[in-house]
Design a protein around this ligand. Structure first.
Ligand code: AKG
Ligand code: FE2
Length: 384
């Protein structure tokens, strides 16, 4: 990278050099889900949990503890992932991302990278190993699993399955929290099943950065709100995630036994702004490499999924819908490559056009083109 490129990249991706110091923590809500499994059939316990989750959802990011995923599995999972990233680079490269029939994205290993997009550099200062947890109709045998670490596959698959259960429960509870039927969000993203991508990540500490990408910025994964429905993050005790609030960045205190949720833009839109998609990023850890695992939720039929405020909610709130319905894939395609830009700080999908408000419920996808009323807004391949 030339020094001009570096300057440009630093300007675009963050406010200068910033390393995770573990100070200045943001008070993210912590919700204890103990009653979720133990008192499954007790309506009072559920109501209390659902209310806590509603309040947490208003913040947009929160941690859940006693989530029901066994500690033994979590420990084995973290350990095997650490072992994977410690493998010789050649072995990891042998597992490089591969397109797999029936999968949305290539699966496998990807090292750190930086790409120039139309307007900015996208830096991903993390190594990942990606699998697809669901729908599981594809053949897991085709994932380029590491030959030197045979326990990796079983452990990842077991963890992905557990996260799937927690995710579904959470989507239902968050809908109930707004006085809606359990399936209000699930219905919009395609029913009982969803697409789950599981990204196991390792963020190398500063000293270990490969020489060619050392630069004055310490941003490891740039500022963004999630385009996915929501992300569930498991991490170790190193820290590095930050959330943006009142024009400032705050550190997120790691809770290694917990799972941290980031509600994505679609949740903000579906909940008509009752829930919030918090802007967050990851900065490079100072003294240790950081492990995290991000389990994402996306609709199965991305081309045909229109995200919109839940009509029953808009009705019950008695306030107008605040968000324009949008095609999930269209927005994903139009933003994904350039979302680490400063403009992400301004929300771009809130309703500003009164005429759009009037026709909010009247949307459709016809021949791949998204319409509000009779007004075509563009196809999912063009974005809009
Ligand atoms: O690794 C993390 O803690 C979070 C990464 C993240 O924000 C994402 O993958 O969307
Ligand atoms: Fe994120």
């Amino acid at each position: 990278m030339s020094s001009r490129d570096l300057e440009e990249q630093v300007a675009l991706q963050g406010q200068g050099s910033y390393m995770y110091k573990g100070q200045n923590h943001y008070p993210l809500p912590v919700v204890d889900l103990k009653g979720r499994l133990e008192h499954n059939s007790d309506p009072d316990v559920r109501t209390a949990l659902v209310q806590q989750l509603r309040e947490a959802g208003k913040v947009g990011s929160f941690c859940v503890v006693n989530h029901g995923i066994e500690e033994k599995l979590l420990m084995e999972f973290k350990q095997v992932c650490r072992q994977f990233f410690a493998l010789p680079l050649e072995e990891k490269i042998n597992c490089s991302k591969t397109p797999i029939p029936g999968c949305y994205r290539p699966l496998g290993y990807q090292g750190q990278f930086h790409n120039r997009t139309q307007k900015s550099f996208v830096i991903q200062r993390r190594e990942v190993f990606e699998i697809q947890g669901s729908p599981s109709s594809y053949n897991h045998d085709l994932v380029p699993w590491p030959e030197l670490l045979l326990s990796f596959r079983g452990c990842l698959e077991a963890f992905a399955k557990e996260m799937q259960g927690l995710t579904k429960w959470m989507l239902e509870a968050l809908a109930e929290g707004l006085g809606l039927g359990k399936d209000a969000f699930l219905k919009q993203i395609g029913g009982d099943e969803f697409h789950q991508q599981v990204n196991v990540c390792s963020y190398p500490m500063m000293e270990k950065q490969p020489k060619e990408i050392i630069n004055p910025s310490t941003i490891a994964f740039g500022a963004h709100s999630d385009l996915t429905i929501m992300n569930l993050v498991l991490e170790d005790d190193v820290g590095g995630a930050q959330v943006y609030h009142d024009d400032r960045w705050f550190d997120v205190k790691p809770i290694p036994e917990g799972v941290t949720l980031f509600l994505g833009d679609p949740m903000e839109c579906m909940s008509n702004g009752m829930y919030h998609a918090m802007i967050h990023r990851v900065v490079a850890p100072e003294n240790n490499s950081r492990f995290s695992c991000v389990s994402t939720v996306e609709p199965i039929d991305k081309e045909r999924t229109v995200i919109h405020p839940v009509p029953e909610l808009v009705e019950s709130l008695g306030t107008p819908a605040k968000y324009v319905p949008y095609n999930f894939l269209g927005r994903f395609m139009s933003i994904a490559g350039k979302r680490f830009e400063p403009e992400i700080m301004t929300k771009r999908f809130m309703v500003t056009d009164a005429a759009v408000l009037d026709s909010l419920r009247d949307f459709s996808v016809r021949d791949g083109v998204f319409h509000i009323g009779s007004r075509p807004l563009g196809s999912f391949t063009e974005g809009f």
